[in-house]
Design a protein around this ligand. Structure first.
Ligand code: GTP
Length: 172
């Protein structure tokens, strides 16, 4: 994948897990405790400085996670080089949904070619954790994905996530 071109990344997952918050935190350094639901699709660009000499341009497509909007998502996967599947560590059902998203991705895209990341968001709420970290990591590995723990609120794990994405895009 050439570095100069725009690389499409789709961010998917159950409603309210923090997809928009992760995107806004990374691209704009902003966060709101009262972030509203995404109604359609939003789009933000950023340049990832992968190392001293290499940069990767990414465009993050943030979809609405609510079930009622689900029918709009498949076409947004087209041309994606990376999918970030987000769940909320305090909400078990959102992790169960990760499996559905993985299945859906494998039906639409060549998952050998795209980078798949699974982000366990809201890791600032460690005391309310419902998903074991090792369990999530083992699952990610089993589907060829890489697992990250993130907090859009506290800005944890997000740079690491996108650094990894940038590095993997450079390799391809
Ligand atoms: P949809 O657009 O409905 O699919 O939601 P989303 O997945 O984009 O989630 P959004 O970013 O709108 O965040 C949902 C709620 O969770 C908001 O109230 C956020 O402030 C909150 N939130 C997001 N990230 C974090 C986090 O890392 N920690 C905590 N504690 N709350 C978060």
């Amino acid at each position: 994948m050439s570095k100069g071109t725009m690389n499409k990344i789709v961010i998917i997952g159950e409603g309210r897990v923090g997809k928009t918050s992760l995107t806004l935190r990374y691209c704009k350094g902003e966060y709101s405790d009262t972030q509203e639901s995404t109604i359609n699709v939003s789009y933000l660009e950023k340049t990832v400085q992968v190392n001293e000499t290499d940069k990767v341009n990414i465009a993050i497509w943030d979809t609405a996670g609510q079930e009622k909007f689900k029918s709009i998502t498949p076409m947004y996967y087209q041309q994606a080089v990376c999918a970030i599947i987000v769940y909320d560590i305090t909400y078990k059902e959102s992790f169960d949904k990760v499996k559905s998203w993985v299945t859906e991705l494998t039906q639409i895209l060549d998952t050998n070619k795209i980078v798949i990341c699974i982000a366990g968001n809201k890791c600032d709420l460690e005391n309310n954790r419902q998903i074991d970290k090792q369990f999530a990591e083992d699952y990610a590995k089993s589907v060829g994905a890489r697992h990250f723990l993130t907090s859009a609120k506290n800005n944890r794990g997000i740079d690491e996530l996108f650094q990894y994405v940038g590095q993997e895009i450079l390799k391809r």
